[in-house]
Design a protein around this ligand. Structure first.
Ligand SMILES: Nc1ncnc2c1ncn2[C@@H]1O[C@H](COP(=O)(O)OP(=O)(O)OP(=O)(O)O)[C@@H](O)[C@H]1O
Ligand SMILES: [Mg+2]
Length: 352
């Protein structure tokens, strides 16, 4: 049974774990709060997914920083190539080749045929094509626009990066993937399985099998599901967890409730705000200092409601997603590296 850790942190960033009634993967059986950080970072590939806007990019970047702080060489992969992951890691832009963003962290964007050329060339002996040739343009179209092949290329390219060795040592200790949103991420992760049902035998089947084995290997590959303290993202996270297990056969190691309002307003502070807003003896203070105490009362009421909402959504996730839940507080710093660092501190602190 996984025990709840006493929360000694002033910002109330809590980690708690729920044991599945019927454990469906190894990680849900073995993950304890103390070992969750290891459980994540000792994998070779971690896919971060969730509904749009739930913080996939920020959590991916934060995990990359955490792993780098632990001395790992990390590749952070931006599957959608919109530049968000580079920005979250303090870079203006990345590209189809790994570029160093922070110490021990490189970023790659899987945007077009260039990202996939090396992988196709090495594993499938497909020659490098310049985009200006007619064949190159057709290939570019297939690689970027046609869902099935593109899904396979995304996960194949990630598996290729995982397989790269330098003097026998992996080029990357950890690959963290800023995956597409829910359904799309399933398509990526289930692509090898779907392709194997069509291709039997031969070089292509052999390579696809290797990619499929990586994705399904709980010791090497896992997923993190992100949610926000709102109804739809929470429902989507529950469904996504189940679909990742059932359709893609990928293990899920943690669920993140991001932008959670983790600070509760104590009853004494609520009473103080109410007294300042209403009581006659506060008139003198108001007259002397000016201003109105109404915003103070409203802020305390809002904070209280947001906290209750976060607690309620965390409870729903805990009872429906059988993996440890990590609460990441809402930050007020600027978006980009500043927010990523604070989120990394929070996750690191919560997972220690
Ligand atoms: N814990 C947090 N506190 C405050 N802001 C956050 C936090 N996590 C993420 N953000 C901010 O919320 C916004 C959305 O986050 P992010 O881009 O990581 O989400 P996403 O799931 O990758 O979105 P998309 O689906 O559009 O790719 C960003 O501006 C990011 O800086
Ligand atoms: Mg994103």
């Amino acid at each position: 049974m996984l025990s709840r850790r006493p929360d000694t942190r002033p910002r109330c960033c809590k980690l708690s774990a729920v044991q599945s009634k019927t454990p469906r993967n190894a990680s849900s059986r073995v993950s304890k709060p103390a070992s969750l950080v290891d459980a994540l970072l000792r994998r070779r590939v971690v896919f971060v997914t969730g509904k749009g806007g739930t913080g996939k990019t920020t959590i991916t970047a934060a995990l990359a920083l955490l792993a780098a702080r632990a001395g790992k060489r990390v590749l952070a992969v931006d599957v959608e190539a919109r530049g968000d992951l580079a920005a979250a890691l303090g870079m203006r832009s990345a590209g189809p080749k790994p570029q160093v963003a922070q110490r021990n962290v490189s970023v790659i964007e899987l945007s077009n045929v260039e990202s996939f050329q090396e992988y196709l060339n090495i594993f499938f002996k497909i020659p490098r094509l310049t985009r200006s040739t007619p064949l190159g343009r057709i290939f570019d179209f297939i690689a970027t626009s046609v869902p099935g092949p593109r899904d396979m290329l995304v996960v194949g390219k990630i598996a290729y990066e995982e397989s790269r060795r330098d003097n026998g040592r992996p080029v990357w200790d950890l690959i963290v993937v800023d995956s597409a949103a829910s359904g799309h991420a399933i398509s990526h992760l289930a692509a090898p399985k779907a392709l194997l049902s069509l291709v039997h035998g031969g070089m292509i089947a052999g390579q696809v099998e290797r990619v499929e084995m990586l994705v399904r290997d709980d010791r090497r590959c896992t997923a993190v599901v992100c949610a926000l303290p709102e109804e739809l993202p929470v429902q989507e996270a529950i469904e996504l967890h189940d679909r990742l297990r059932a359709e893609a056969e990928v293990s899920v190691t943690a669920c993140v409730l991001n932008r959670a309002f983790t600070v509760s307003v104590p009853a004494a502070e609520k009473r103080l705000a109410e007294a300042l807003a209403g009581a006659t003896h506060a008139d003198a203070v108001r007259k002397r200092l000016g201003g109105s105490s109404q915003p103070l009362l409203e802020s305390s009421e809002l904070a209280s409601q947001l906290h209750q909402k976060s607690v309620a959504h965390a409870r729903v996730l805990r009872s429906n997603v059988p993996v440890p839940l990590v609460l990441v507080p809402l930050q007020t710093s600027r978006p980009g590296l500043a927010t990523t660092r604070l989120v990394a501190d929070d996750i690191g602190g919560a997972l220690q």
